[in-house]
Design a protein around this ligand. Structure first.
Ligand code: NAD
Length: 439
């Protein structure tokens, strides 16, 4: 059993810290948000993540999870502090490191014994050294510490499973002993551990996310070509995915990547490359294609409702950036909703778990209670998130409720032939074979 502090009770801090507690460690969570800490103290979980509430309840009962807004309290017995604060996009796509700076300064001012500062936030290459510098300069008296980079690869929606079953754990440090101590914490996971220097560890995270975003933009480019040439991108992806050198993951054509990581991380890597004199032309293309994926939805909706979106009522099925999360950061639904509104459409939306988050962000998006209310009187529906509950809708009932039977399927959850047989005007991404077969 080790004593850990975790700074940041967001998607990463709360999920990873809870998993560490579940592995038998004593974990103190610290956040600058009193609201979040009070919720957690009262047994309420501020985010939706499958399996997380149950795990938190179990570990609070076992006395292994504590919550505070006070760094001194969190650091009292801590051998490690994990920095899991946000690193959002700043000006020109550069990662905004204000929260990391704040956390590093707080650690420096409140530590009273040797502590290993583990950076889990996704940060630009060189940040580990910068954090060490901030801590050294902000300490009232010199106290030894080490910085270890341990980037996080979990996905929202399956964070608990991903943390407990990692493909690898990446550790970067100038001090092999400190890296070894962080490696020991991960031993129960029986994972491959890659130990390297801090800068390389930081780059592994960006390169991994940029590669996955590239796969998504690649298949979306193929989808656009399929539409023109009469091929079916779904089958193309299956045929490609069986090739072990390619693999099936991240080959789903759709409305592009969103969420709190891929968009900001690709932009931050592009920014890093540019300011250091590199030419990130592939990353630029990845970003452009992702923007086009959102435009695809608007173009198809406009065409199918008769050429003009003004005064049309469009219903958006799914608002979260992907299923099994309530995270709406950079969700395609938000961007597309704004584009539709700017053309004069009135937009309504429904999501099984993300409605509260949307209500805070976009007051012009009218929220309804279920998919059938969304369909009532709608000129068109747009599938933005592939929640399972949308796959089994009573489609004849949906059609009967709509003003015009138009569905634009941005996540390819329906079969074109079935939709045409039901009498829908239907568009899916990259399914050109259905288009050229006369539908
Ligand atoms: P988040 O916005 O959900 O949570 C960040 C938390 O940090 C907030 O609760 C905020 O109040 C708190 N915070 C800010 N400043 C603080 C400070 N000085 N001290 C203590 N707490 C502070 O962010 P997130 O999605 O958990 O992401 C955190 C980091 O992990 C980011 O760098 C992100 O890129 C990276 N990451 C995220 C995911 C993911 O699935 N969300 C996956 C891998 C990596």
């Amino acid at each position: 059993m080790k004593n850990l502090a975790v700074a940041g009770t967001g998607y990463v801090g709360l999920s990873c810290g809870t998993c560490f507690a579940d592995m038998g460690n004593n974990v103190t969570f610290i956040d600058i948000s009193e609201e979040k800490i009070n919720m957690l103290r009262n047994g309420k979980v501020p985010i939706f993540e499958p399996g997380l509430s149950e795990m938190i309840e179990r570990n609070i009962k076992a006395g292994r999870m504590h919550f505070t807004t006070n760094y001194a309290e969190a650091l009292t017995d801590a051998e490690f502090i994990f920095i899991c604060v946000g690193t959002p996009s700043g000006v020109d796509g550069e990662a905004d490191l204000q929260y990391v700076r704040m956390a590093a300064e707080s650690v420096a001012k409140n530590m009273d014994h040797y502590t290993i500062v583990v950076n889990k936030s996704t940060v630009p290459v060189g940040t580990g050294d910068w954090v060490a510098d901030i801590i050294t300069r902000s300490q009232p008296d010199p106290i030894p510490f080490d910085v270890v980079s341990c980037p996080e690869f979990t996905r929202e929606g399956s964070a608990i499973y991903d943390f407990m079953n990692p493909d690898r754990v990446v550790l970067g440090s100038h001090n092999a002993e400190a890296a070894e101590k962080v490696a020991q914490l991960h031993l129960p996971l029986r994972a491959r551990i890659v130990v390297t220097d801090i800068r390389t560890a930081e780059m592994i995270k960006y390169a991994s996310n940029a590669f996955l975003a590239t796969k998504i933009s690649f298949i979306n480019e193929i989808a656009a070509i399929c539409e023109r040439l009469g091929a079916d991108v779904q089958e193309v992806a299956v045929g490609m995915g069986y090739d072990k050198r390619i693999g099936p993951a991240f080959l789903n054509a759709g409305l592009g990547y969103g969420g709190s990581c891929f968009p900001k991380d690709v932009k931050a890597l592009e920014h890093m490359a540019l300011v250091h004199g590199s030419h990130p032309s592939l990353l630029r293309a990845v970003i452009d294609i992702n923007r086009d994926a959102r435009r695809w939805a608007v173009l198809n909706l406009r065409e199918l409702v008769g050429g003009k979106l003004a005064n049309c009522r469009i219903g958006i099925l799914g608002l979260a950036f992907k299923p099994n999360t309530d995270d709406i950061r950079e969700a395609p639904a938000i961007e597309i909703s704004r584009m539709l509104q700017s053309e004069g459409a009135s937009v309504a939306g429904y999501d099984p778990v993300a409605m509260n988050n949307i209500a805070r962000l976009d007051r012009n998006l009218h929220l309804v209670e279920d998919p059938y209310e969304l369909a009532t009187g709608a000129d068109a529906l747009l599938v933005c998130t592939e929640w399972n509950e949308f796959k089994q809708l009573d489609l004849p009932r949906v059609k009967g409720l709509m003003k015009q039977p138009v569905i634009v399927d941005g996540r390819n959850i329906y079969e074109p032939q079935v939709m045409y047989n039901l009498g829908f005007q239907y568009r899916a991404v990259g399914r050109g074979a259905a288009l050229t077969n006369g539908f």
